[in-house]
Design a protein around this ligand. Sequence first.
Ligand code: SAM
Length: 281
Amino acid sequence: MEWSDPSTFSLMPRASATGSSLPAYAKNTEQPCARVVALGQLRVDVVTDRVLLFRIGVAGLALMRLSPDGSNEDIEAALAKLVAIAPPDTGHVDLLPEVDAATGYREWSGTYDAPGNPLIALEESPVVALINQLKPGLAIDIAAGTGRHARRLAALGHRVLAVDSSAAMLAPLRAVAGVTTVVGDMTALPAPTASCDLAVCSLALTHASVLGPPMAEIARVLRPGGEAILSDVHPMIAATGGMAFYRNAAGEQRFVRNHVHWGVGVLGRLCLRRSSRQGVL
Ligand SMILES: C[S@@+](CC[C@H](N)C(=O)[O-])C[C@H]1O[C@@H](n2cnc3c(N)ncnc32)[C@H](O)[C@@H]1O
């Protein structure tokens, strides 16, 4: 059910490709005990079937989108997908606990780059198109992870500083020519003021509970006229329970929280116009 699971996205109608108070399930780590609700043929245990509930919710969103003016065929297809949602195997428990970013990305690092992540498929081509337009210089990849963008930047001739709070995520980048990896936090970047020509931060700002500190750091490390390429999940995704879902080595579904930052759900290129070294975004 993680965003890397295309079956979750396939519940949404195609057109949908396109306060952080969140459902209480996030805190649900209590010992399982049955509390079953029947939805037609489907029996849902509201304590242990949290993944199933999310999938039903995504299917419901698809139907909401289609209800005003979707074609009868699309609505029938969405209903068929809703009906086809399978309950988990008997005895399977999917409590969906929340973990912090350090734990989550340490556990996820080994499988993060597995093929088929539709979020990355959506994000990669517009970000790469922006990256390709820039002249080589000193680039900082903030929350670089396993280094999708850092590798490309290095291949294009940039000198790259790849920063991430997870040593495990950075590990595959260590031997890449042209890339220096540093374990560090996006709220205290390990780079001098006005030192970078380019800052890239992809799919990570949503993990910050408050945007001010990482954004101030991006403004600080960029030279006057430097550029930032920032991508993230749309706040609607986070607001409707879309978290950074993954499975740990034991196969348990967990998530790192995506915080809701209304007004920032954009994929864009910011040209930073700074009149001084301490200019503002
Ligand atoms: C979804 S991954 C994105 C990785 C990479 N930018 C990409 O697009 O593939 C989010 C990354 O943010 C990192 N991260 C989360 N909070 C962070 C923080 N406060 N400072 C630095 N990195 C952080 C995680 O360790 C993880 O590698």
